[in-house]
Write a protein that binds this ligand. Structure first.
Ligand code: ADP
Ligand code: MG
Length: 250
């Protein structure tokens, strides 16, 4: 399936200049439901999530363990599919894309940072960061390799790892691995960044440094970031807080 199958809902996510209307959300969900079937029982995790993320805004997603934060982020990141509802990215439906088109959207328009880094152990830091670019480029990758390597190098420098490009994940500290993962999430300059407990696997000081970096990068780039956390201190540093409770956002 090609990108052309991304169905337009509104022609343009940006508002006409001077129209005076509220800006369109960069990412929005309507009536999002997700349930898991385990044996004979069904677990309804998300029960009609309504959410809007805006450019330049960092949103904390709070909720107790098991409330469905990761489930919601995985749906938004197109790593799983919903049972009902819609996900709109810049006004286009993305919840029903086939695998190939979803992979392209993920590589170009969505960045994802996981609690457990999820780097590929066999690849260097630079090669890990290049992965979304390879997927985004498709066949044109081969004629653009040099340019893409420069781009990945620049993002690694931005996260403070200019001198660690050739290191494999096991040759890096936890904080450094998460920085590589942040560089991978941002290498395509996506409008949306999804971060699932990104400091949950790090000690307090390293976690604070990584959080500072994430907030800085999101704010200077104008990225809409949704950050799942159960930590009130982390949530307090975001621009607004959403609470997931009984499968809905409060
Ligand atoms: P949180 O991230 O808020 O801790 P999760 O989204 O990971 O919560 O999980 C929400 C609920 O869904 C939990 O009760 C969990 O056990 C269940 N769950 C998550 N993933 C699956 C799955 N793949 N199959 C069945 N149940 C799942
Ligand atoms: Mg979780």
């Amino acid at each position: 399936m090609s990108d052309t199958n991304v169905s337009p809902i509104s022609a343009n996510s940006a508002n006409p200049a001077g129209s005076g209307t509220a800006p369109s959300p960069v990412l929005a969900t309507t009536n999002l439901h997700k349930s898991y079937r385990v044996g004979n029982s069904t677990l309804h995790v998300l029960r009609g999530v309504e959410m809007e993320l805006h450019t330049g805004q960092v949103t904390a997603l709070m909720g107790s363990s098991g409330s469905g934060k990761s489930t919601l982020l995985q749906l938004l990141g197109l790593m799983d599919s919903c049972n009902q509802g819609q996900i709109l990215l810049r006004g286009r439906c993305i919840h029903n894309l086939r695998a190939g088109a979803a992979a392209k959207v993920r590589a170009q328009e969505l960045g994802f940072v996981f609690q457990q880094f999820q780097l590929i152990q066999e690849l260097s830091a630079l090669e890990n960061v290049l992965l979304p670019r390879r997927i985004a480029r498709g066949l044109s990758w081969f004629s653009n390799r040099g340019q893409e390597r420069l781009r990945a190098n620049a993002v690694l420098k931005e996260v403070g790892l200019g001198d660690r490009c050739r290191h494999r994940p096991h040759q890096l500290s936890g904080g450094e691995q998460q920085r590589v993962a942040i560089a991978r999430a941002l290498v395509s300059s996506p409008p949306v960044l999804l971060a699932d407990e990104p400091t949950g696997n790090l000690d307090r000081q390293t976690g604070n440094d990584v959080l500072d970096l994430l907030l800085n990068l999101a704010r200077t780039r104008g990225t809409a970031m949704l950050l799942a956390t159960h930590d009130k201190q982390i949530a307090a540093r975001c621009d607004r807080i959403l609470h997931l409770e009984d499968g809905q956002l409060q």
